[in-house]
Write a protein that binds this ligand. Structure first.
Ligand code: PMP
Ligand code: GLU
Length: 398
C-alpha cells in the first residue's frame, strides 16, 4: 500500500518500542529489569482515582467542551499563577490528550511547511518526528556533556535563521535530567529577544520533579517581554503518576490557543471526560504525594549515579530532576561481546537486553549515540538488581 511520504520520514517512538519489547519479554517469563520507559512506578493517588469514579457515577460521561472543562482550565491557570507567578486565564488554556498531544496541536497551529524548529540535542525522541509530521524542519543544536548537555546561548544564536519559527526547551530534560537555572535562561532570553519571529515551546512536563532544593524557573518567568511568544506544554502524566489517563495542556497566547482548539475539534474532540475530572483533583488536591515522589526519585538518583560511577570508563552528568540519567558508555565501543563488536548505543542496548536482561533506551534515539538512557522509575531492589547485571555484563566485554 502506498503511504504518504511524510510517514517514511518518521520512526516509531523508541521509548515506547523498548517498553513494549521489555513488557513482552516479561510476559514470556524473562525477568527483565525495565529501565526503558519514562513513567512513574507509583500508582495514581487514591483521591484522584476516587474523583474519576465519582465523575462516572455523576454522569460526566459525555462530550465536554472541545478544549476541556472550565474546572480543569481554571485549575491549570491557578497552578501556573502559584508555580510561575504568571497570569493566564481560561482562554489561554487548551486541555489535550497528553502533553504530547498539546505539543503536536501547537506545532500544527503555528508551523508552515519548511519552518525550522530548533531542537537542542540530546532531545526527547518525539520532537524531531512531530516536527516532520507537520512538514517542519528539525534543526539540531548539539550540546556537550561538558556543559551538562545544556544549550549555550551562542549556539542558539548561530542556529537561528530567517526560517526559524520555534525553539523547544525541555527542563528538567528527558533524557539528561539537567535543568536550566535562571542564569542559563537569562542568557537564552537575551538571544531570543533579538529574534522576534521565534516562538518557544517550553516543555515543562518534569517541572515538579526537581532535586537539591532547586526552585522552579522557566523562560516566561525571567523575561516578561517573551511571554507572548512562549507556550507552556505540560500535563499530569509525570507529576501525578497518571501516564495512562492522557491529560496534558497547552498554555499561551489566546489566539493561538483558540486556533489549536480548532485543530483539536477536528481531530480528537475533548480528552476523556473522566480523565479531565481526575485531572481537576490532581491539580487542586493535596500535593504531598508529588513532593514525596520527588524525594524518592532524588534518593534513587544518588544511588544510580553511585552505581554508574563504578562502571569503568563511564561518565554521567548529575541529574537535577526528572527520573533519567544519560551516561556516556562510549569507552566500551569497539569491545566485543561473543565475537560481535559493540559499535554504538544500539548494539550496547541490544547486548544489555540479551546478556543482562536489562532494558535501556539507546542514546541514538535522543540524538547522542555515545549514551544510554536509564529511567530510574523502578523500585530500589530492581535498580540494584539491574545495576548488578549491567556491571557483570560490562565486565564480560573483551
Ligand atoms: N515531553 C517529554 C519531555 C516527555 O518525556 C513526555 C513523556 N511522555 C511528554 C512530553 C509527554 O507526556 P504525556 O503525553 O504522557 O503527557
Ligand atoms: N516520555 C516517556 C519516555 O521518554 C514515555 C514514552 C513516550 O511518550 O515517549 O520514556
Amino acid at each position: 500500500m502506498r503511504l504518504a511520504r511524510r510517514i517514511s520520514r518518521i520512526k516509531p517512538s523508541a521509548t515506547l518500542t523498548i517498553n513494549a519489547k521489555a513488557k513482552a519479554l516479561k510476559q514470556s517469563g524473562v525477568n527483565i529489569i525495565n529501565f526503558g520507559v519514562g513513567e512513574p512506578d507509583f500508582p495514581t493517588p487514591e483521591p484522584i482515582c476516587d474523583a474519576a469514579v465519582k465523575s462516572i457515577r455523576d454522569g460526566q460521561t459525555r462530550y465536554t467542551a472541545v478544549g476541556g472543562i472550565d474546572e480543569l482550565k481554571e485549575a491549570v491557570s491557578r497552578l501556573i499563577k502559584a508555580d510561575y507567578g504568571l497570569d493566564y486565564g481560561r482562554d489561554n488554556v487548551l486541555i489535550s490528550c497528553g502533553g504530547k498531544h498539546a505539543l503536536y496541536n501547537l506545532m500544527q497551529t503555528v508551523l508552515d511547511p519548511g519552518d525550522e524548529v530548533i531542537i537542542p540535542s540530546p532531545y526527547w525522541v518525539s520532537y524531531p518526528d512531530m516536527t516532520e509530521l507537520v512538514d517542519g524542519v528539525p534543526v539540531f543544536v548539539p550540546c556537550t556533556e561538558k556543559n551538562g548537555f545544556k544549550m549555550l546561548p551562542e549556539d542558539l544564536e548561530r542556529a537561528i535563521t530567517p526560517k526559524t519559527r520555534m525553539l523547544i526547551l525541555n527542563s528538567p530534560s528527558n533524557p539528561t535530567g539537567k535543568y536550566y537555572g535562571a542564569q542559563d535562561l537569562r542568557k537564552l532570553a537575551d538571544v531570543l529577544l533579538r529574534h522576534e519571529n521565534v516562538l518557544v515551546a517550553s516543555d515543562d512536563i518534569y517541572y515538579r520533579i526537581l532535586f537539591g532544593g532547586r526552585e522552579w524557573v522557566s523562560l516566561g518567568m525571567v523575561e516578561e517581554k517573551l511571554r507572548e511568544r512562549i507556550f507552556i506544554v505540560n500535563g499530569v502524566s509525570k507529576s501525578y503518576a497518571m501516564t495512562g489517563w492522557r491529560i496534558g495542556y497547552l498554555v499561551g497566547d489566546s489566539d493561538v490557543v483558540k486556533a489549536a482548539t480548532k485543530v483539536q475539534s477536528q481531530v480528537t474532540s475533548n480528552p476523556s471526560s473522566i480523565s479531565q475530572w481526575a485531572g481537576v483533583e490532581a491539580l487542586n488536591g493535596n500535593q504531598k504525594q508529588v513532593n514525596d515522589m520527588t524525594k524518592v526519585f532524588e534518593k534513587r538518583s544518588r544511588y544510580v549515579l553511585e552505581r554508574i560511577s563504578k562502571v569503568p570508563g563511564v561518565t554521567c552528568p548529575e541529574p537535577d530532576g526528572a527520573f533519567y540519567v544519560f551516561p556516556n558508555f562510549s569507552a566500551c565501543f569497539g569491545k566485543k561481546a561473543g565475537g560481535k563488536t559493540i559499535k554504538g548505543s544500539l548494539d550496547l542496548a541490544g547486548y544489555l537486553m540479551e546478556a543482562a536482561h536489562v532494558a535501556v533506551v539507546p542514546g541514538e534515539a535522543f540524538g547522542e549515540d555515545r549514551c544510554l538512557r536509564f529511567s530510574y522509575a523502578l523500585s530500589m531492589p530492581e535498580i540494584e538488581q539491574g545495576f548488578d547485571a549491567v556491571e557483570e555484563a560490562m565486565a564480560k566485554l573483551g
